[in-house]
Design a protein around this ligand. Structure first.
Ligand code: 13P
Length: 250
């Protein structure tokens, strides 16, 4: 049985005060036997603060991206050993904002996934189609291509310690959520694709849904067979909103 993972991607939001308020509220509302795993993805400058607050807790944290190169002359970049140094368990790779705003292509994403795994981080591979691609009936083709790029580089075995997040680009930050049926259809497609290569990995891997998840839609989404939790943007920035999602699915 896969345990639900509720992960908050803060994107480029936060301040020292916000981190303290939010994380202390999550901390006091979480218990080891909750039935839901929680994780947060703060911007890099707040990782140390996050580690200080969450270090003895069951809440995990991770980086929002990484540079796949080893330590060296890469001004402005952050590599996997640095994320490990701050206690990260996870790292997002291939978020659609990285792909569209910062030019990461499938090959870049696969390289990041490989670097994360080699360093001992658990990558959360984000995939998803644009509205144009959905309307052209290309959703499965796009998602399949994004996942194949990683399998081709890293092998299916690399997914034994990884998570996939299906985030339709048209649903991110728009208030438009995929219906549970739409999301389940693609999640099942992804699991089936992995299952053709490795049945154990396909049954154990968590596939999260992301895109305007909130307290009203989470329970219906996460009740579906192949939806194992959520990667939440806007509704993860306030403890009350994030915890309301968790409480809706408990
Ligand atoms: P929203 O929940 O704000 O739509 O963001 C989703 C997302 O991009 C999470 O990574």
């Amino acid at each position: 049985m896969r345990k639900i993972l509720l992960a908050g991607n803060w994107k480029m939001h936060g301040s020292k005060a916000m981190v303290d308020t939010l994380l202390n509220a999550l901390l006091s509302a979480s218990k080891p036997d909750d039935g839901v795993d929680l994780a947060v993805f703060p911007p890099f400058p707040y990782l140390q603060r996050t580690q200080n607050i969450l270090r003895a807790s069951v809440i995990a944290w991770g980086g929002q991206t990484l540079n796949p190169e080893p330590p060296g002359a890469h001004t402005g970049e952050v590599c996997a050993p640095m994320l490990l140094d701050f206690g990260c368990r996870y790292v997002l790779v291939g978020h659609s904002e990285r792909r569209t705003l910062y030019g990461e292509n499938d090959a870049d994403v696969a390289w990041r996934f490989e670097a994360a795994r080699k360093a001992g981080l658990e990558p959360v591979l984000c995939v998803g189609e644009t509205l144009e691609q959905r309307e052209a009936g290309a959703t499965e083709e796009i998602v399949s291509r994004q996942i194949s790029a990683v399998i081709d580089r890293c092998g299916i075995g690399a997914f034994d310690s990884a998570t996939i997040a299906y985030e339709p680009v048209w649903a991110i930050g728009t208030g438009k959520t995929a219906t549970p049926d739409q999301a389940q259809e693609i999640h099942a497609f992804i699991r089936d694709k992995l299952g053709r290569l490795d049945g154990i990995i396909s049954r154990q891997i968590r596939i999260l849904y992301g895109g305007s998840v909130n307290r009203s839609n989470a329970a219906d989404l996460f009740a579906r067979d192949d939806i194992d939790g959520g990667l939440v943007g806007g509704a993860s920035l306030k403890a009350a909103d994030f915890l309301a999602i968790r409480d809706a699915i408990l």
